[in-house]
Ligand binder design. Structure first.
Ligand SMILES: Nc1ncnc2c1ncn2[C@@H]1O[C@H](COP(=O)(O)OP(=O)(O)OP(=O)(O)O)[C@@H](O)[C@H]1O
Length: 362
């Protein structure tokens, strides 16, 4: 079976060279990278706003671009929906009219494939239909923009930094809707972001873009715990993610137990459904290392593991390490002095002491 998205393109934009090659079968493929790395240019190649000098673009097996054979499907025939940083709604139209504007442009053959009511329900926007954009919050406007894009019946949804113009509270409000979109609608999403937290929570496949090229591509947990990728995300944000199942709840201390491949974890959170699945994020700076099983420490989570890889210092005193905990990778950041004092090397048996675990999604 051909991948959902297949891209191999070369293109020059002024001084900048895009030379990108990746495939993805993810429900939500995140394009992640620093400002100016080429994420928007890639989105524009997929959407048909940039005609690459060389290469191929396939979505769901259909060739959209093949420069060798002179194929270039124009953007209005690609059935690709766009959601931008700003909602770009028509101010003089009501929410209903804005949404129906999307439907108006849906190709005839697929006109009924997403019901209007289903979109309202998915995005929680049914009560806003008669309002005008000026009176809506930033998060509500973005949900309408997503609804409008869905009603045009796209085969792929491109979302370019859709949360970037929202404050923290509005971001938190809209994230569950994007998760539902990812999990329930069956339309693959390509999602541009330079926020590690967003990518950790939403992405099923992570594509790391660096200076116009693809530095890494694969399942999010795997890519995030690579040392070369951790270097790109900045010291404060580097970390790993683990898939977890909720297996218990300690009512006395309001702690939830999570089973992960790396071992059992306890998190201070109560409103999680028993048996449900969540994703947890562990920052590298929240992991300490001990050579012996620590006793008398306040941290609740201690996992045995083996040092798989030791990074290099990045100009400062800190070093990142990958610990293999029963096949799952955990990133830790230590001072170079601690690495030397504990004589850590590849293969050292250690205990990872985790100070804090954040639950990213439910
Ligand atoms: N039409 C153009 N002509 C010249 N240079 C361009 C053109 N379009 C983009 N670039 C350059 O290509 C590089 C990549 O830009 P792009 O917008 O794709 O990056 P990005 O990763 O999306 O960045 P950001 O996160 O800041 O939006 C930048 O250096 C940009 O200045």
């Amino acid at each position: 079976m051909s991948p959902l998205i297949e891209i191999a393109v070369e293109h020059q934009l002024g001084q900048f060279k895009l030379d990108a090659n990746f495939t993805s079968n993810g429900r939500l493929t995140a394009l992640f990278g620093r400002s100016g790395s080429g994420k928007t240019s890639l989105v524009n190649v997929i959407g048909g706003l940039i005609r690459p000098a060389r290469g191929r673009v396939l979505v769901d097996g259909e060739v959209l671009v093949d420069t060798r054979h002179g194929v270039f499907v124009p953007k209005h025939r690609r059935r690709i929906g766009y959601v931008f940083q700003e909602a770009r709604l028509f101010p003089h139209l009501t929410v209903r009219q804005n949404l129906l504007f999307g439907r108006w442009f849906a190709p005839r053959e697929g006109r009924d494939s997403i019901a209007f009511e289903a979109v309202l329900d998915l995005l929680g926007i049914g009560h806003l239909l008669e309002r005008r954009p000026a009176g809506l919050s930033g998060g509500e406007k973005q949900r309408i923009a997503i609804g409008r894009a869905l009603l045009a019946n796209p085969r792929l949804l491109l979302m370019d930094e859709p949360l970037a113009s929202l404050d923290e509270a509005r971001k938190v409000e809209i994230l569950p809707y994007i998760e539902r979109l990812r999990d329930e609608i069956g339309i693959p999403i390509v999602y541009v972001s330079h926020s590690v937290a967003e990518v950790a929570r939403l992405a099923t496949t992570l594509v790391v873009v660096d200076q116009g090229a693809i530095k890494a591509c694969g399942p999010t947990a795997e890519v995030m715990s690579r040392l070369d990728v951790a270097g790109l995300s900045g010291a404060a944000e580097a970390g790993s993610i683990l898939e977890a199942e909720i297996v218990g709840y300690d009512a006395e201390y309001h702690l939830t137990s999570l089973r992960t491949q790396a071992g059992l974890l306890q998190v201070s959170r109560s409103a999680l459904p028993f048996g449900g699945h969540v994703r947890v994020r562990i920052l590298a700076s929240d992991v300490l290392i001990s050579l012996t099983l620590p006793t008398g420490v306040s941290a609740l989570n201690i996992l045995p593991g083996t040092i798989a890889e030791i990074g290099r210092t990045r100009g400062g005193a800190a070093i990142e390490l990958v610990i293999d905990c029963n096949g799952a990778s955990l990133l830790a950041r230590l001072t170079a002095k601690s690495v030397a004092a504990l004589a850590l090397r590849q293969g050292s048996q250690v205990y990872a002491v985790i100070k804090s675990v954040s639950v990213e999604t439910s």
